[in-house]
Write a protein that binds this ligand. Structure first.
Ligand SMILES: [Fe+2]
Length: 339
């Protein structure tokens, strides 16, 4: 799918991106950016929790919803940082107890807003954890995890990446906006789970990816060629492949889950994707274990390696990664039930 920025303003900003100094955005602010404009039905359970928590204020349901939209309720409750913290904490409580923030129960196989909000919250938790294991800023990673899929407010197709970037730039979240562009593409390549390869993309006999010379590349491909992935982008890549709307699972389980909801399947892209993901999981696991990356053995989707072999390599990498992750963060009781 061709991914183009709306105009040169966004294109130039992305192509010339430089991270700016700490902008003092808190995770509570990020959560409110995430839920801003989300329909009542998709925040229904969260609003109930808010009215219960503030029972002394006698908030109506609509007033609780107004709070989620950043509005203060005259003489009752102002939507300040303390209130935002409560709302965010209630949202965490909700998903950790197996309850979506909303009651949207579309069951036609598509992602619905209630479920992507849960996915984003679980991804945020996981990003924070992975960052912590290798000594990075877990709060920053959590914020990126919350906001990476914000483009899904506009569309659930693959252009949610670029639309999300534009939305966050518009709202003054330029550092975080990059996460929208990078989270779906492994380690900078134009390579993604279960997506068709772009026109002109091919993998040579050695398993190295290329584009046919002369093929017109879209904006995201050009951006990815220029941009240097940070450890935070790499964490998001992994976290996006482990966070569902119900909890945190192994990369293998999540890939099976995604495959069940999508039709596209392209063996060329698939083999390359599995090799990239395997390498990524193995090298990150070694970092978590404090091992020397000189011992890291890269695999490639070369001509003499079958898709079946790559599946096996990936399965082993996923199991090993998940085992190490669980040693750091033993799971609480399995998430019970999502409504
Ligand atoms: Fe995601």
């Amino acid at each position: 799918m061709e991914l183009m920025f709306k105009n040169d303003f966004y294109r130039n900003k992305a192509f010339n991106f430089k991270e700016t100094q700490n902008n003092n955005h808190t995770i509570y602010d990020a959560f409110f950016v995430l839920i801003n404009g989300v329909d009542k039905i998709d925040l229904y359970n969260l609003c109930q929790l808010i009215t219960d928590y503030y029972s002394d204020k006698n908030l109506t349901f609509d007033e609780a919803y107004a709070i989620t939209q950043g509005q203060s309720i005259l003489d009752k409750l102002s939507c300040d940082e303390a209130t935002k913290k409560v709302v965010y904490t209630l949202a965490q409580y909700s998903i950790e107890n197996g309850i979506h923030l909303g009651n949207n129960t579309i069951l036609d196989g598509k992602i619905n807003t209630s479920s992507w909000l849960s996915h984003s919250l679980f991804e945020s938790i996981l990003c924070g954890q992975l960052a912590e294991t290798i000594g990075l800023d877990s709060n920053k990673a959590k914020i990126l995890g919350l906001l990476h899929d914000i483009g899904r407010k506009q569309t659930h197709d693959f252009s949610h990446t670029i639309r999300g970037y534009e939305m966050l730039v518009d709202q003054g979240w330029e550092n975080e906006a990059i996460a929208c562009l990078t989270h779906s593409f492994l380690a900078g390549g134009r390579c993604s789970s279960n997506e068709q390869a772009e026109p002109g993309f091919y993998v040579d006999d050695e398993g190295i990816s290329h584009f046919d010379p002369g093929v017109k590349k879209d904006d995201v491909t050009l951006f990815l060629e220029k941009y240097q992935y940070t450890d935070y982008d790499l964490i998001l890549n992994i976290a996006d492949l482990m966070a569902t709307d119900k909890g945190i699972v192994s990369p293998l389980d999540r890939i099976v889950d995604i495959a069940s909801r999508r039709k596209a399947f392209d063996p060329t892209n698939r083999g390359f994707f599995l090799a990239e993901l395997t390498n990524h999981l193995n090298s990150f696991r070694m970092q978590m274990q404090g091992k020397n990356l000189n011992d890291f053995v890269e695999i490639r989707a070369s001509r003499n390696v079958s898709l079946n072999d790559l599946n096996n390599f990936f399965t082993e990498a996923s199991t090993n990664f998940f085992d190490v992750y669980k040693k750091f963060y033993p799971s609480k009781e399995e998430t019970k039930k999502i409504i």
